[in-house]
Ligand binder design. Sequence first.
Ligand code: AMP
Ligand code: MN
Ligand code: MN
Ligand code: MN
Length: 292
Amino acid sequence: MTITHIPVDLHCHSNNSDGVFSVTDLLDMVKNNGGKYIALTDHDTVIGVAEARKHAKQIGLHLIGGVEISVTWRNNILIHIIGLNVDETNAALVNRLNELRKLRLARGEAIAAGLAKVHIPNALEGAMRYCDNPNSLSRTHFARFLVAEGYAKKGKVFDKYMVAGRPGYVNQTWATLEEAVSLIVGSGGVAVIAHPCRYKLTRMKLLELIADFKQYGGSGIEVISSSHSPDDVKRIAAIAACQGLLCSIGTDFHNVGENFQKINVGLNPPLPANCMPIFEKIGITDTLLRDQ
Ligand code: AMP
Ligand code: MN
Ligand code: MN
Ligand code: MN
């Protein structure tokens, strides 16, 4: 029998970053969907991990402490690096993440100024209606405001307003790749390149990213992601096998109906057969997840 989904999700967001659901609601959804192994990976923060650990224990989920760090690689290429199994009490990690989060409000003010120039007033206040904490303020919150006010359709809002070259995009320098990987590994975690096909890198550039990443101590890559097409999955699985990278799997869930594909948080398609799964490296030893 072909298995369509396995109960593992190593990438998702709560309202501690740009997800919509609280940590407890998110984990309850995972449980209801039949998920078992879940990593909370909010952008540039581990704030929700302690609560997630506690709630996961109560409802019988295996929780992996995680984070998704924003990185500026080379001249201005935005990359996301996932940390799995990080220690959410590690001072170096927590302090640097706090610094990164503090950049978000000032960037939000600049984003709002850009949108005001194209006759979209009060975007900062508008985005903040969807955001609980100014330190979490994300392009996603602006996108939700723009859609709700009718400035753009859901699937089009990023390309219209929020990506490089559009009025609501502001350049931001985040952590360096070396810093992000070092912080993750230094806190006992495993570093993973998130959604590698989202960056629209040439094959050569992606291989250069992987080389830098491995040199700094990174060891994993997301093969299964809701932003990957079936061809993307095959391409990244082959690259991961050649490069000796451990393969990860995550929905990148933020909200119901807001992802690139229809997904259920907590569940993912199995990894292709040529993949070396990341599972054991982060303490998931479930034998049912092998030999897919
Ligand atoms: P930020 O960290 O504030 O720059 O926001 C980045 C977030 O915006 C990502 O984590 C995604 O959740 C979301 N995002 C970025 N690009 C897109 C896109 N093309 N379509 C939908 N969501 C996107
Ligand atoms: Mn996000
Ligand atoms: Mn991401
Ligand atoms: Mn994400």
